[in-house]
Design a protein around this ligand. Structure first.
Ligand SMILES: [Zn+2]
Length: 460
């Protein structure tokens, strides 16, 4: 393993057709080269690790390569080799994150005055260009307004909105998108095969996910995994090494939530903390878990999950344990507390509180569902007659029976209307009146939400 090279460098694409997933950009650049219709300035934006400077270098090589074929560089001539190594005298790379002053742009201005030394085109690849100062942008603008024919700028950025419009309007724009998990997984699988490293599918998914859409980051994790696990990577060993809560941790958490088992969930959480799990990762993990459950519950489409097939099937099964309302309620709590959690000085206590709340909510949702069913039945019963009429009739019935018992004169409608405003006069019977039932339910709902007034008539 001594000659093992960092994968992100070793497997950095050297031709347009080796760049995965950004076909629109690579194809456009290839066509521009073939048709000799190049611009003088390009703005390539996109999240980190999506291949912005890689594409810029391939473009510089392809344009300067004497053996170019079909818009692709040969990667063997002097120009190609030197550009790949980053030592070509006509291809300058500037990282604006660390060189953001006017002096650096003056250097570009000066260099732009002279013809290329050995290649046909002079390239300036400016990474994180949004970090340049206003002065530096002004200096750059002067070059862009009247660029010499041999000069090509490639401006790369993760924040295109921070670049002055005067610069943007002079550039051809390309936007690179984040890699899909499957694309990263495929790439990792190829590299593993090449390196004769055995790795299971779950490990590939896990590493790809940790990359969070950036191939370079995923390759970094892959290298670490190889250095720890050697030539055989298994998901168990990988998780141990990364000290990551595996999916089973979250399935366990959702089992406790389903059973409203607050004491077990706290005990389990304590064990996880002892194992050194990161609280933020754990919090994000729970949110992601229930988000995945919601997706499967509502769509039943397993391919929507960025997970291995084993895990996808587990989600399908788990989704039967929760109703859509229950999952939504849990997610709402997690999202409501997200900001509080990030800024909290004691994340452990806050997370414990959230877990207990999640256990309680599940039970409340069941109660709420029963309550709503009860309300709907009640509404059905009263639907043939208006609610006020119903209450009035009940009161009239009670009053009439009371009077017949005590031999009083029969009651008329005016009298009952007056009575309804002073309901304490109506004798209590053993049964709950519709009005009382209604009040009870309303109070129960109010207590449950403990916030706004609940409009039962508007209940959907
Ligand atoms: Zn070449």
């Amino acid at each position: 393993m001594s000659d093992y090279k960092v994968s992100a460098l070793k497997y950095r694409p050297q031709r347009f057709d080796e760049v995965i997933s950004q076909e629109f950009v690579t194809q456009t650049l290839k066509n521009a080269i073939k048709l000799k219709k190049m611009g003088h300035s390009y703005l390539v934006s996109g999240p980190r690790g999506t291949g912005k400077t890689t594409i810029a270098r391939i473009f510089a090589k392809a344009l300067n390569c004497p053996n170019r074929k079909d818009g692709e560089p040969c990667n063997e001539c002097e120009n190609c080799v030197e550009i790949t190594k980053g030592i070509h005298p006509d291809v300058f790379e500037l990282d604006a994150a660390s060189n953001r002053g006017i002096d650096d742009v003056r250097a570009i201005q000066d260099a732009a005055k002279y013809y290329p030394v050995k290649a046909k085109y002079k390239f300036f690849i400016v990474d994180e260009v949004h970090m340049l100062t206003q002065q530096a942008f002004n200096a750059m603008l002067k070059i862009l307004e009247e660029p010499p024919p041999y000069l090509i700028f490639i401006l790369a950025t993760t924040n295109p909105e921070k670049i002055p419009q005067t610069i943007v309007s002079r550039c051809q724009r390309f936007n690179l998108h984040r890699f899909k998990i499957d694309e990263i997984t495929d790439r990792l699988r190829n590299i593993a095969e090449n390196e004769k490293i055995k790795i299971d599918d779950e490990s590939l998914f896990l590493i790809a996910k940790l990359g969070d859409g950036a191939l370079r980051d995923a390759l970094g994790v892959f290298d670490l995994a190889v250095s720890f696990c050697g030539s055989k990577i298994t998901v168990g060993e990988l998780k141990e090494f990364l000290n990551l809560p595996g999916k089973e941790v979250y399935f366990k958490i959702s089992e406790y939530i389903k059973n409203s088992d607050a004491s077990s969930i706290l005990k389990y959480f304590d064990e996880l903390i002892d194992l050194g799990f990161d609280l933020q990762t754990f919090f994000n993990g729970i949110s992601e878990h229930f988000r995945d459950l919601l997706i499967i519950k509502t769509t039943k489409n397993l391919s929507l999950l960025d997970e291995s097939d084993v895990i996808r099937k587990k989600y399908l099964k788990e989704s039967e344990n929760f109703s859509e309302e229950q999952i939504l309620r849990i997610l709402k709590i997690l999202f409501d507390d997200e900001y509080r959690f990030r800024s909290s000085g004691n994340q452990k206590i806050l997370l414990e509180t959230i877990l207990v709340e999640l256990c309680r909510i599940n039970k409340e949702v069941i109660d709420l569902e029963k309550l709503i069913t009860g309300l709907e039945e009640f509404k059905k019963k009263t639907s043939d007659i208006s609610f006020a009429e119903n209450i009035k009739n009940t009161a009239k019935y009670k009053e009439t029976s009371y009077r017949s018992e005590y031999k009083s004169p029969p009651i008329n409608d005016d009298e009952i209307n007056i009575r309804l405003n002073v309901s304490t006069d109506i004798p209590k019977s053993g049964h709950t009146s519709p009005e009382d039932m209604f009040r009870n339910m309303e109070n129960k709902l109010k207590n449950m939400f403990d916030t706004e007034e609940v409009d039962i008539n508007n209940n959907q």
